[in-house]
Design a protein around this ligand. Structure first.
Ligand code: ZN
Ligand code: ZN
Length: 335
């Protein structure tokens, strides 16, 4: 039986590396319930990838975190599904304004419903944009919220806290629940093709079905234990934190530490080097040194630096070195 692993089973793609707009795709390749962290530039993702999204988590509405919304809407227009968009106050108005700015033909197959959840201290404001009804102005309802959990499904839970930026801004944690996941690499090397049997096997594993339970795949019959050992992995659960565009100060520290505690991976704003601390304070960003301190205090397993300012082009390694003064396992994707 495979050893349980405390790591993310989703594929994590830092879409623009550490040097472009901070955008992270969390994708389970066998499913269409991907999560996108932030709606900045996403041209390197295909429309097919974006059409797999079920949840978009927006930190704030500065252009480098919001300019990619158009492609997200476009990729999902023809889908018969509900897309959830989460963001800080004014997200309903800003997404609705954007959608109102397009001309539509309104084909009958365009059935997308967009539920927008604005996160306020203590509650949600929820607005629905319904393509099938030709996008009338959203009706708004209020929903209570306790604690920092804002979304949950069978596989993940999402937490949000307010950061300290120049405009209302959120930081998020995505927690992968303990349980069984498809080993995508093993399946790719196999002669078996992906299909509905994957969901069937996951269901049997979750309900602890007997090892000898037979599963029919492409005309063959396989014992559950054989499929489990070959194609599935058990996760102990893992936490991912995505923290960007914030001050690291007394006001933010406890909240940020609460969502990043013992994270398997912490993606963290490192817009400035410590030499530009005064700018970091002025524009409400973190320095790479502070990101390292944050990762150490959070007891994270791994730190990935994001959102490097262009002024450091050609010397981005300096930011990695600064973070390393506080925390050893730090990486950056320099594109
Ligand atoms: Zn910003
Ligand atoms: Zn930014």
């Amino acid at each position: 039986m495979p050893e349980p692993l405390a790591r993310f089973h989703a594929e994590l793609t830092l879409v623009n590396g550490s040097t472009g707009d901070p955008v992270l795709l969390i994708d389970y390749p066998d499913r269409d319930d991907a999560v996108l962290l932030d709606a900045g530039e996403n041209a390197s993702l295909s429309l097919e990838q974006l059409a797999d999204l079920s949840v978009v988590l927006i930190t704030h509405h500065h252009i480098d975190h919001f300019v990619g919304l158009d492609r997200i809407i476009r990729a999902n227009m023809d889908r018969d599904k509900t897309l959830r968009i989460y963001g800080p106050p004014k997200t309903i108005e800003k997404v609705a304004d954007r959608i109102r700015s397009y001309e539509f033909q309104f084909f009958p197959f365009q059935k997308i419903v967009i539920d927008i959840y604005e996160i306020h201290e203590g509650g949600f404001r929820v607005g629905r944009l319904d393509c099938g009804r030709k996008f009338p102005p959203p009706e708004i309802r209020d929903e209570a919220r306790t604690g920092c959990v804002i979304f949950e499904n069978e596989t993940i839970q999402v937490e949000a806290v307010f950061a300290e930026h120049t405009v209302p801004c959120l930081s998020y944690a995505v927690i992968e629940k303990a349980g069984w996941f498809l080993n995508v690499d093993a399946l790719r090397k196999s002669v078996l093709k992906p299909g509905s049997w994957i969901g069937d096997v996951l269901g049997l594993l979750r309900e602890d079905a007997p090892n000898g339970t037979q599963v029919l795949i492409e005309g063959g019959s396989y014992p559950l234990a054989t499929l489990r050992d070959k194609f599935f992995l058990k996760s102990l659960g893992a936490r991912l934190a995505f923290v960007t565009d914030t001050l690291w100060n007394e006001a933010s520290r406890a909240r940020l530490l609460s969502i990043a505690q013992r994270a398997s991976v912490l993606y963290c704003d490192s817009f400035y080097a410590q030499g530009q601390l005064s700018q970091a304070l002025k524009y409400h960003h973190m320095t790479a040194l502070q990101a390292g301190e944050f990762a150490r205090l959070a007891k994270a397993e791994k730190l990935v630096l994001i959102h490097f300012a262009k002024r450091y082009a050609g010397k981005y390694d300096m930011l990695v070195d600064e973070a390393r003064e506080h925390f050893a396992k730090v990486t950056a994707q320099i594109l």
